[in-house]
Design a binder for this molecule. Structure first.
Ligand code: 9GP
Length: 801
């Protein structure tokens, strides 16, 4: 958009006065941020209205991306970037004597997600708008985000993430678009005068779903899509019904917190309520919008695509069926055909625990009408498929089985497309996790490799690198990231490679300053920054990384005079509050950090920093500084990964197993530019088949490994007598479920190679450049374009090929 500095300054001062009734000099950074947010939202109001109007007028097919998580990161800078007003605003604020960085930091990082799943959903929102596609998000407006992680005595402590404390500058409450969502009670089918059956409800608990909309601004294209997040409230109370405090709390709880503790039945039931709540509200609002503009539902799938992001929103399937059957008198077959043509499903994990299943009793009690519909889907599925595929396979795959509602199976059966998020993952879905359903519906399965919002990860997070790239290949890559490939022309340009090294140093210094200020740890910027940032999970194997630190520590202690390449091991990870093992890993890494960082024999040769409260904003600080990107999951277990892509685009070299999208990164950048190690997925499945993995044998055959693992149970690392034993036992007593010991020797070999290669700066920077140049292909712009063409069949208008 066109914006002159004088206009901006005038508007900004007016906004401050109008909102806070004070002079600029008396405002806090938070007030400055809020005023700026309101102003930018207002600037963009016309584009948002125009976009919605044009979708309506042209009856454009719309995609609705349903996700229980959205992790957008701070919006101020990305909105300014996408509107093309960054320079003007920054200059204007500077001339007013304000500190832009402080204003940026005042924005809370919306913690509406947990990890890759939610971040991917947010990237896709940005890219859909940026390629000019009609794509909307649908989720939950959690009152509190995931949690704020602090460490006390090395232990993770979870504090409430009160991200809405000062309000939210970007959202619009739309009470006039609210709808009712029904839970519990009784339902029966009553015969109507025309012979049809209609449900009658009794004693239901109704909840009002109120939407809050956020404009998702496209990159330099005057498109603004909508992210709609639902909040649970008391229904309008015309009959003056009395609501007890417990009833009020029950309603309040639905959208209070992301991922309630599901280690108990109450938590699980709340989780199911959350899932139906946003699925139902979202589908109701889509149908209401459609019905206002069309007379028949026959062409619904030509105008609406609903995407199920992981199993959590699967209830959109029976919910759309319910509305079509009960409210629009659609016959079952037509309703089913409309529903399956509208729905598509992405699976994001092969971990069994994440393929949700609900006990039938809980499900039926909470959602009686939806249960009837699922029962009928199940009955028809069995009747239809058993004669062709046999009873066994149908029993294994039907939506209802073993006393449970099986959400992943319902999602596959009720969708026309099922995709994995990297080629290996999709193959494993077909061969293993969903093999039976693949036999029945081979035509539904396809792969869509994940992507990232590289404008955020370069233009916002890494401005020094962006400037350097622009100086060589211009700015066209901002809208078409594959053009980063043009950087390959500079692989033998020593001056450019030096500049690349300087940029890395600036970014390392930025992180070092933060670590010094926040954690009191001094780290040197000529050390290797060895980074592992992701959720804490056994399959991601932070433990393997931890064993390497113990090895390096013991090595320096044994041979203090030997020259070593200095290293800083950097972690960022939250553990789910009820995931005991993951929390023990955090404690041990923190205890190890204390030991290493304070040992005078070690000095600054080796440092360990576990940066608390990892999230998108910390990612923006850490990722540009990384030399090594640790992507060390057990092969077959990481569906895709996306931190691997963000780190690659910022010039880090991957230390990686052949897992998830690592494989695609390695192919794109070339094997010689990464460090690859460990078992392949085939090896892992071979062990499963033969059932012959013996962790103890590996341990006994490697004396160095013994020394390292034993350090967990001797008193070398103070304060971990319980947690150290726990991890030790997971490796040896319980036979190392994730093959940490099997991969140890190979991993160490690569780490030693890294230490050696890092000495040769020019060759290192060449490898770094190869990664940056090849990374454009992992832009989410291309990923959503592939979804648009192959799955949703919706147009977009930025030419990307
Ligand atoms: O664990 C996967 C991760 O590999 C993937 O990159 C991300 C986005 O597709 O989804 C994660 N899955 C989940 O968070 C839960 O299924």
């Amino acid at each position: 958009m066109e914006l002159k500095e004088a206009q901006f300054t005038k508007d900004f001062i007016n906004e401050i006065r109008a909102t806070y009734a004070v002079d600029l000099k008396d405002t806090s950074p938070m007030e400055q941020y809020m005023a700026l947010g309101h102003l930018i939202k207002r600037y963009n109001g016309e584009s948002w209205t125009d976009t919605s109007r044009s979708y309506r007028k042209n009856d454009v097919k719309q995609v609705y991306y349903f996700s229980i998580e959205f992790l957008p990161g701070r919006l101020l800078q990305s909105n300014m970037l996408n509107l093309g007003i960054t320079d003007v605003v920054k200059k204007g604020l500077k001339n007013l004597g304000l500190n832009f960085d402080k204003i940026v930091q005042a924005e809370p990082d919306p913690g509406l997600g947990n990890g890759g799943l939610g971040r991917l959903a947010a990237c896709y929102m940005d890219s859909m708008a940026s390629i000019g596609m009609a794509g909307n998000g649908n989720g939950i407006r959690y009152r509190y985000g995931l949690f704020k992680q602090v460490f006390m005595n090395g232990y993770q402590v979870e504090l409430p993430d009160d991200w809405l404390r000062n309000g939210n500058a970007w959202e619009v409450r739309r009470e006039n678009r609210a709808c009712l969502v029904r839970f519990g009670g009784h339902v029966w089918l009553q015969e109507q005068p025309d012979g049809s059956l209609k449900p009658v409800y009794d004693h239901t608990d109704d909840v009002l779903a109120v939407p809050y909309d956020t404009g998702i601004i496209g990159y330099h294209n005057v498109v603004t899509n909508t992210l709609r997040l639902w909040s649970a409230e008391l229904p309008p109370n015309e009959e003056q019904t009395y609501y007890s405090q417990e009833q009020r709390d029950n309603i309040d709880d639905i959208t209070k917190v992301l991922y309630p503790d599901d280690s108990n039945a109450e938590g699980r039931s709340l989780r199911l309520r959350q899932e139906y709540f946003f699925s139902s509200a979202g589908v109701q609002s889509i149908v209401r919008h459609y019905a206002a503009n069309h007379t028949s539902f026959k062409h619904f799938p030509q105008k609406v695509a609903i995407h199920i992001n992981d199993t959590h929103p699967t209830l959109v399937i029976p919910e759309l069926m319910r509305i079509l059957l009960d409210e629009y008198d659609c016959p079952w077959n037509l309703a089913w055909q409309i529903t399956t043509s509208t729905m598509s499903y992405t699976n994001h994990t092969i971990m069994q625990e994440a393929l949700e299943k609900w006990p039938i009793d809980m499900f039926r009690g909470l959602l009686p009408r939806i249960y009837q519909i699922v029962e009928e889907i199940d009955r028809r599925y069995r009747a239809d498929k058993a004669p062709v595929f046999g009873q066994n396979i149908v029993d294994r795959t039907a939506p209802l089985g073993d006393g449970q509602v099986r959400m992943a199976y319902l999602a596959v059966i009720g969708s026309h497309s099922v995709n994995g998020v990297a080629p290996l993952h999709t193959e494993l879905l077909k061969k293993d996790v969903l093999a039976d359903l693949y036999r029945i519906y081979p035509e539904k399965f396809n792969n869509k490799t994940n992507g990232i919002a590289d404008r955020r990860w370069l233009e916002i997070a890494n401005q020094p690198l962006t400037k350097l790239i622009d100086s060589k290949i211009g700015k066209k890559w901002h809208a078409n990231p594959k053009l980063l490939q043009e950087l390959s022309a500079y692989e033998n340009d020593d001056k450019f490679l030096k500049q690349l090294a300087e940029v890395k140093k600036i970014n390392k210094q930025r992180l070092a300053d933060y670590v010094q200020a926040e954690m009191g740890i001094t780290i040197r910027t000529d050390a290797i920054f060895d980074v592992q940032i992701k959720r804490l999970h056994a399959y991601k194997r932070q433990v393997l990384h931890m064993l390497e630190i113990i090895r390096e520590y013991l090595e320096i202690k044994r041979n203090p005079d030997q020259a070593v390449t200095p290293r800083v091991h950097i972690f960022g990870a939250k553990a789910a509050p009820s995931y005991h093992y993951a929390k023990s890993v955090i404690k041990v890494i923190n205890a190890l950090a204390d030991l290493v960082n304070n040992d005078p024999d070690i000095g600054d040769k080796l440092k360990v920093v576990f940066i608390p409260n990892y999230g998108v904003s910390l990612g923006e600080l850490i990722i540009p500084s990384a030399d090594i990107s640790e992507q060390i999951s057990t092969a077959s277990k990481e569906a895709s990964g996306t931190s691997n892509m963000k780190l690659m685009t910022n010039g880090a070299l991957s230390l990686a197993t052949m897992d998830g999208a690592n494989i695609d990164i390695i192919r794109a950048a070339g094997k010689k530019n990464e460090y690859i190690f460990g078992l392949t997925a085939n090896d892992v499945y071979g062990y499963y088949r033969r059932n012959d993995y013996c962790a103890r044998k590996v341990y006994e055959s490697n004396p160095e490994l013994q020394r390292v693992v034993n350090a967990l149970i001797t008193n070398l690392i103070p304060g971990i007598s319980t947690e150290g034993h726990e991890i030790y036992d997971s490796l040896l007593k319980y036979n190392d479920e994730y093959f940490v010991l099997a991969d140890y020797a190979d991993y160490v070999k690569q780490q030693e190679q890294i230490a050696q290669d890092f000495q040769d700066t020019t060759t290192w920077q060449k490898k770094s450049l190869a990664n940056i140049a090849a990374s454009g292909t992992f832009s989410a712009d291309y990923s959503v374009a592939r979804y648009a063409e192959d799955i949703w069949q919706v147009p977009y208008n930025r030419i990307l090929k």
